[in-house]
Design a binder for this molecule. Structure first.
Ligand code: PMV
Length: 319
C-alpha cells in the first residue's frame, strides 16, 4: 500500500465560472479568473491499495453521495485501481459556497496521483482536478489564476494557468459567513437551470471573456478599483442568470443583502472594498491589507462569523 497526503487552498473566482459546455468533463461555458486563498485548506490522505474502499470526512464516514463522488473520481484516474482509503478534512465550512469542492478535489487529485506512484505535471493535474469539480482546476496553483474555457471537445486545452504568484499583490478577502450550512441547490444544478431557462444566459456568456481580459490586466498592473469593479460586475451578472431562471434560484439570504449595502456604504466613505458571491449566501469582500480590519469591523455585527483570507500558495504533497 502507498499513502500520500496533500493540502490545497480554496480559491474564490474574481471573474466567475458559471455554466458548462460539457457536463461529463466539466468543461466550462466561460473562462474565469481566481485568487487562491489561505490559510484555509483541505488536507487529504489517500491510501492506494487497501482492504476495501472507504471515505471519511473530518474523522467520520462520508455521506454516500460524497463517497460516490470521491470514489468515482479515483475510478476516472484509474479504472483498474485497487481499493483505496481516502481521509479528508477541511478547516472551514464545507459545501456552503466557500469553495470547499475546489480545495477538496485539488488535494484529492494530488494525493491520489502521488499515492498511485504516478506524479503528473501541474497542468495535467489541473485538468484532472477539473473533472472532480470545475473550480478545483484553479486551486492546483497559488496566487492569481486564469482558467481558459478552451475549445476542444476532449478538454485538453481547458486547464488553469497561473498569471501571478501570491507575492505579486498582497490583497485581502474578508469573508462574511452569513450561513455556514450546506447549500440547498448544488452549483451544477444551478448552472444548468440558468443555462436552460434564463433569458440572460447568452448575454452572460457573451460578456465573460471581456471580464476575464479586464481582470487579468488589472491584476498585472495592480489596479484594485479596476479589479473590484469587474469582479462585482461578474458576480452580479452570474446571480442575475439565477434570479431570472425558472424556477428562480436565489442563494442570498437577508443578511447577504445587508452586507452588500454595507460594502456600498464603505465605498461611499472612500474605503476600497468590492463584493463577490458564489453558490451560497456568503459575501466575500476584496480590499487592500490596510482596509481589512475596518471592513471586518463593519461586517461583524451583520453576520455570524468574519474571516480574513490572504493570497495562498499552490497545492502540495505534505507527507
Ligand atoms: O467548481 P464548482 O462546480 O463548484 O463551481 C463553482 C462555481 C462558482 O463558485 C459559483 C464560481 C467559480 O468560478 O468558482
Amino acid at each position: 500500500m502507498n499513502r500520500a497526503v496533500a493540502e490545497a487552498h480554496p480559491n474564490i473566482a474574481l471573474v466567475k465560472y458559471w455554466g458548462k459546455r460539457d457536463r461529463q468533463l466539466n468543461l466550462p461555458a466561460v473562462s474565469s479568473l481566481s485568487l487562491t486563498l489561505g490559510p484555509w485548506r483541505t488536507r487529504t490522505a489517500v491510501s492506494w491499495g487497501a482492504e476495501k474502499d472507504a471515505v471519511s470526512f473530518g474523522g467520520h464516514p462520508a455521506s454516500d453521495a460524497v463517497a460516490k463522488r470521491v470514489l468515482g473520481f479515483l475510478d476516472r484516474l484509474d479504472p483498474g485501481r485497487p481499493p483505496c482509503v481516502v481521509e479528508t478534512d477541511n478547516d472551514f465550512p464545507t459545501g456552503a459556497g466557500l469553495a470547499s469542492s475546489a480545495s477538496g478535489f485539488a488535494a484529492l487529485a494530488l494525493a491520489a496521483t502521488a499515492a498511485a506512484g504516478r506524479p503528473i505535471d501541474a497542468v495535467a493535474l489541473s485538468r484532472l482536478a477539473r473533472q472532480g469539480s470545475g473550480s478545483a482546476c484553479r486551486s492546483i496553483f497559488g496566487g492569481y489564476v486564469r482558467w481558459n474555457r478552451g475549445e476542444r471537445p476532449d478538454g485538453l486545452d481547458s486547464h488553469a494557468t497561473p498569471i501571478a504568484p501570491p507575492e505579486h499583490w498582497d490583497l485581502r478577502m474578508v469573508v462574511a459567513v452569513v450561513d455556514p450550512g450546506p447549500k440547498s441547490v448544488g452549483s451544477t444544478e444551478g448552472m444548468e437551470r440558468s443555462r436552460r431557462t434564463s433569458n440572460l444566459w447568452d448575454a452572460w456568456v457573451a460578456g465573460s471573456e471581456a471580464h476575464v481580459a479586464e481582470a487579468h490586466e488589472a491584476v498585472l498592473v495592480r489596479d484594485l478599483q479596476r479589479l473590484g469593479e469587474v469582479m462585482e460586475r461578474s458576480t452580479f451578472e452570474m446571480h442575475a442568470t439565477l434570479h431570472s431562471a425558472t424556477p428562480p434560484l436565489m442563494y442570498w439570504r437577508g443578511a447577504t443583502v445587508e452586507v452588500l449595502h454595507e460594502v456600498f456604504a464603505l465605498r461611499a466613505r472612500g474605503v476600497g472594498a468590492w463584493a463577490t458571491m458564489d453558490a451560497g449566501p456568503q459575501v466575500k469582500v476584496l480590499c487592500a491589507p490596510d482596509d481589512a480590519e475596518c471592513v471586518a469591523d463593519a461586517l461583524r455585527p451583520l453576520v455570524s462569523r468574519v474571516e480574513t483570507l490572504v493570497p495562498g500558495g499552490p497545492a502540495r504533497v505534505v507527507e
